[in-house]
Design a protein around this ligand. Structure first.
Ligand code: NAD
Ligand code: UDP
Length: 328
């Protein structure tokens, strides 16, 4: 049985990747330190003989005794509110964590796939974003801790590829959503869904004319899976190109949830990108991949997940307490 190590396994994307690799017949080792993740995302796998979980912070040396065929490095805070609250952990997991995982991949002669992001394009001046675009990132702005960690991650990955001949893959993930997102992680979909379910008004940041393009999680996971087994080592965009303004999106959510909420306007966070849409021509050509799940279908599945949360989970809407992970 081939073995794969997945970091960030207790998070949103990591847990869906664990499911995918288990279903495809792999032995999966999941690793996480729970800083933004939750054990409940993988609790259904804990008794599976083909799954093993290791609680570990990947910024510390990683010791794995068994052989590994593949590594997927998905550990990192991903919500702007999360990474603004834990900026140093975010920088460390993208830099030191990635270095550890590349070293592990080299020692095990394993192929490694790194989770990069559309944030490497910053507030983009090219639209839609192709992989050739170098980006427009404010290095010292609040989002710089995430964007620059991910840009460093891409650079060190390419250096290991070129210098050590390591087999590497880089996926640039555009906004992805679905069940198992944390209701209080601050990202727009859980935020709006939580507000609708609690009967609160939906908070639009800025004028709501900024755009995003939302990809359903199963499409994202299929794209990542195809990329891992391709022979292409430069970055590839994976996302859904259907772009919508945040204001129109909020109105879609009000319709979907059948609620009567109003929109309230708050200040736009600094460096919040004004537009974002992936150009997925490369993924189509290279991987014969494109998203299949439309926004209406994906949002309904996601809403059904949030609707089934307990009252306690729904009202525990304050942001996660990171204090036990922060060294003073
Ligand atoms: P998430 O917060 O749900 O999951 C991240 C997981 O990584 C969490 O379980 C967290 O506890 C774990 N983690 C963080 N630091 C760690 C450390 N030092 N050691 C061990 N585990 C650690 O976020 P997500 O949406 O699932 O994102 C997963 C990956 O995908 C991230 O690398 C993120 O940058 C990337 N990504 C996601 C999106 C998206 O739309 N979901 C978009 C672009 C990129
Ligand atoms: N946003 C919003 N209201 C919220 C949360 C987010 O209007 O309650 C906006 C945010 O300013 C951004 C977009 O929604 O323009 C997507 O934000 P998210 O945090 O999901 O991720 P981003 O794409 O910015 O990384």
């Amino acid at each position: 049985m081939e073995k794969v190590l997945i970091t960030g396994a207790a998070g949103f994307l990591g847990s869906h990747l664990c499911d995918k690799f288990i279903n495809e017949g792999f032995h999966v080792i999941g690793m996480d330190n729970f800083i933004t993740g939750d054990i409940k995302n993988i609790s259904h796998l804990l008794d599976n003989p083909n799954f093993k979980f290791i609680e570990h912070d990947v910024t510390e040396f990683i010791k794995i005794d068994e052989d590994l065929d593949y590594i997927l490095h998905f550990a990192s805070p991903a919500s702007p509110i999360d990474y603004l609250k834990i900026p140093i952990q975010t920088l460390k997991v993208g830099s030191l964590g990635t270095h550890n995982l590349l070293g592990l991949a080299k020692a095990k002669n394993a192929r490694i796939l790194i989770a990069s992001t559309s944030e490497v394009y910053g507030d983009p001046l090219v639209h839609p974003q192709t992989e050739e675009y170098y980006g427009n990132v404010n290095t010292i702005g609040p989002r710089g801790v995430y964007d620059e960690a991910k840009r460093f991650q891409e650079s060190i990955t390419m250096a290991y590829h070129r210098f050590h001949g390591l087999e590497t893959r880089i996926v640039r993930i555009f906004n992805t959503y679905g069940p198992r997102m944390r209701l209080n992680d601050g990202r727009v979909i859980p935020a709006f869904m939580g507000q609708a379910l609690r009967g609160e008004d939906l908070t639009i940041f800025g004028d709501g004319l900024q755009t995003r393009s939302f990809c359903y999680v199963t499409d994202q996971v299929d794209g990542i899976y195809s990329l891992l087994f391709s022979d292409y080592s430069n970055p590839v965009n994976i996302g859904n190109p259907h772009e919508i303004t945040i204001k129109d999106f909020a109105e879609e959510i009000i319709k979907l949830t059948g609620t009567n909420q109003k929109l309230v306007y708050k200040e736009l966070p600094k460096d919040d990108p004004l537009q974002r849409q992936p150009d997925i021509s490369l993924a189509k050509k290279l991987l014969n991949w494109e998203p299949k799940v439309g926004r209406q279908e994906g949002m309904l599945k996601t809403f059904n997940y949030f609707k089934d949360l307990t009252e306690e989970e729904l009202y525990k809407s304050e942001h996660k307490d990171f204090s036990k992970h922060i060294r003073k």
